[in-house]
Design a protein around this ligand. Structure first.
Ligand SMILES: Nc1ncnc2c1ncn2[C@@H]1O[C@H](COP(=O)(O)OP(=O)(O)O)[C@@H](O)[C@H]1O
Ligand SMILES: [Mg+2]
Length: 219
């Protein structure tokens, strides 16, 4: 048996707010195998983004443990292990689409010919071959998110975390982005954790989970 790409055991997380402590996650456990996709739904404020921050190693749980293929998350591994896609795209406005995709490679080393070719291939794969030299402001929302998907996959991550990636898109555009995200993850056996409010999108993943009162349960 190979180690799960992602394992979370009994995560708890509270936030301090003034003199109050707000419990967000009480007892969250999760395992994701290589190439597996799962969705997490839950009301606004239920802690979905908090959970993804923990799974990405960007924030630490109060108690509980996370492993990426058996080892704890680390900054050194994150750039190659993990891709992330957010509701708000987070492209760099001064850089064109190709340079935004290459930013992921720059986290590791100065990109050379191979990285530029890969960025171009990825932009073509997300249907933006003709938009490589466009700035984010010159792209539609759906196009921006497709650039963000290409960037997230640039370093061939084992795991992709997507936090409401269609939250800023119209229904039709959102559907297309989800189809693309799922197809690319399938092709490359990238594990996917998709946070979404869209029940139809959630149904397209291998497993459907709900976050409710700080606990993750099967839908
Ligand atoms: N940095 C923070 N400091 C204090 N409270 C926070 C912080 N981040 C999130 N929260 C609170 O934690 C709860 C869960 O937030 P979040 O994880 O963003 O939920 P979701 O993504 O499901 O909408 C909310 O009540 C939110 O206000
Ligand atoms: Mg959120």
């Amino acid at each position: 048996m190979s180690e799960p790409v992602l394992s979370a055991r009994a995560l708890a997380k509270t936030y301090q707010s003034g003199d109050r402590r707000i419990g967000v996650l009480r007892d969250v456990s999760l395992e994701v195998a290589a190439g597996e996709s799962l969705s997490i739904r839950g009301e606004s404020g239920s802690g979905k983004s908090t959970l993804l921050n923990l799974l990405s190693g960007l924030d630490a749980p109060d108690t509980g443990a996370i492993t990426w293929e058996g080892a704890p998350p680390s900054t050194a591994r994150r750039a190659t292990y993990l891709g992330m896609v957010f509701q708000a795209f987070y492209l760099i406005p001064e850089l064109d689409a190709a340079e935004n995709v290459l930013m992921a490679a720059r986290m590791i080393r100065a990109p050379g010919r191979a990285e530029r070719a890969r960025a171009a291939d990825l932009l073509a794969r997300v249907g933006l071959a003709e938009r490589a030299a466009h700035l984010p402001a010159q792209l539609s929302g759906g196009e921006r998110q497709r650039v963000a998907v290409a960037r997230a996959l640039m370093n061939s991550p084992r795991l992709l975390l997507a936090d409401e990636p269609t939250g800023n898109l119209d229904e039709h555009t959102g559907d297309a982005v989800i189809e693309l995200l799922l197809a690319l993850c399938r092709e490359t056996a990238t594990a996917l954790v998709l946070v979404t409010h869209n029940a139809a999108h959630a149904q397209k993943t291998n497993r459907q989970l709900f976050l409710r009162e700080g606990v993750l349960s099967h839908a």
